[in-house]
Design a protein around this ligand. Structure first.
Ligand SMILES: *Cc1c(COP(=O)(O)O)cnc(C)c1O
Length: 368
């Protein structure tokens, strides 16, 4: 079976982790945390990094740092992971959805302005599968209406929008370093910001809202979202190799593209002229001529030794939110379409040309 993903770990990760074990710095204090925060922030052109235990926690801490009033609204794409909507709901906010673009699968910026109300506090763009959201109109709208931007760059390490790195756009920008992300810490995340005020709130959220001047005295509630020194050690080793990871992803996308462009039953990933896509995952969407949905396609590929993953299911299609009175009557046709007909192919950092050939053979069989 060709796995949908495999991390690329090596001798440097082992060396840094051994150093943590040998020196006893295994929890959330230690040099690797400081170095990883500093170096990831610097790579993305930001002032501060606050490491978190995962990307979901990073998003939650970032929304908490906005200090929403109950009922304040945050606009986010319907086509994303639940972590985005969860972060808003958890902090007393109301998630407001926009559909996605049929080609890039990122937030549809044309429907954005129509969703802004007197209660809107922030916009949360998500860079999907390595393709950046179109940041110009998002930033313009945010500036004009006084809205914060929380960027979800969990799938877009190193991606660029008009030459500028994803993760450099938001008041706060969130990353995940889960095992399938472009650089990994196993589990892990980080929020980047340039604001000294926000960085204090983020650190407080991460560490149970302990106060520096009087420990065990609390004026607000926080969480334990701390990353360990061991995780940061892996992350630092990964960061040393990020350029080769990005190269590998672009090589993979090109190899798939060359082999799959002749199949007119498949819609392939795109790269807008203003974008530098890092192809975190190589997604395909079945056209009507394929005569099946992604679930049937995935079954056939599995029978031919290829593991895949379905696309996200829309936030408005989640029973848990319907029960909360959210999104019940809403419809986002592009999201619904790609959720039903989209899946992503094996896209790991260790994938070989041979494996890509095998995947494409399996696709040929599955479609015939
Ligand atoms: C992976 C991911 C997250 C969540 O990160 P975890 O580290 O798994 O909690 C959030 N947003 C997006 C877009 C992701 O792909």
């Amino acid at each position: 079976m060709i796995p949908v993903n495999e991390p690329d770990l090596g001798a440097l990760e082992l060396e840094y982790v051994n150093d943590c074990l040998a020196t006893g710095w295994i929890s959330s204090a230690g040099n690797y945390i400081d170095a990883f925060e500093r170096e990831w922030a610097s790579y993305c052109g930001r002032t501060y990094g606050v490491a978190m235990c995962n990307g979901t926690a990073a998003l939650s801490a970032a929304v908490a740092a906005l200090r929403l009033s109950p009922g304040d609204e945050v606009i986010l794409p319907s086509f994303t992971i639940i972590s985005c909507a969860l972060a808003v709901v958890e902090n007393g906010g109301v998630p407001v959805l926009v559909d996605c673009d049929p080609d890039t699968w990122t937030m549809n910026v044309d429907s954005l302005a129509g969703k802004v109300t007197g209660r809107t506090a922030a916009i949360m763009p998500v860079h999907i599968y390595g393709h950046p959201a179109e940041m110009d109109p998002i930033q313009e709208l945010a500036r004009a209406r006084g809205l914060a931007i929380i960027e979800d760059a969990a799938e877009a390490h190193g991606a660029r929008c008009k030459g500028r790195l994803c993760g450099s756009f938001g008041e706060m920008s969130c990353f995940s370093f889960y095992a399938n992300k472009i650089i990994t810490t196993g589990e892990g995340g980080m929020v980047l910001t340039d604001s000294p005020e926000l960085v204090e709130r983020l650190r407080s959220q991460r560490n149970l809202a302990f106060r520096p001047e009087q420990r065990f005295f609390h004026t607000e509630l926080g969480h334990n979202y701390r990353m360990t020194n061991i995780q940061a050690a892996i992350g630092l080793a990964q960061l040393r190799k990020i350029e080769s990871h990005l190269e590998k992803k672009r090589w993979m996308a090109n190899a798939y593209h060359e082999r799959l462009k002749a199949f007119d039953q498949l819609q392939l990933p795109q790269e807008r002229a203003w974008a530098w896509n890092v192809y975190w995952m190589y997604g395909v969407v079945l056209r009507a001529s394929a005569g099946m949905d992604a679930r049937q396609f995935a079954d056939r590929l599995r029978q031919n030794g290829v593991e895949t993953r379905p696309f996200f299911l829309g936030m408005h299609q989640q029973p848990v939110f319907h029960r909360m009175g959210l999104f019940a009557e809403e419809s986002y046709p592009v999201t619904e379409h790609i959720a039903r007909y989209g899946l992503y192919l094996p896209s790991g950092l260790t994938i070989s040309e041979d494996q890509i050939d095998q995947v494409c053979d399996a696709i040929r069989k599955a479609l015939s």
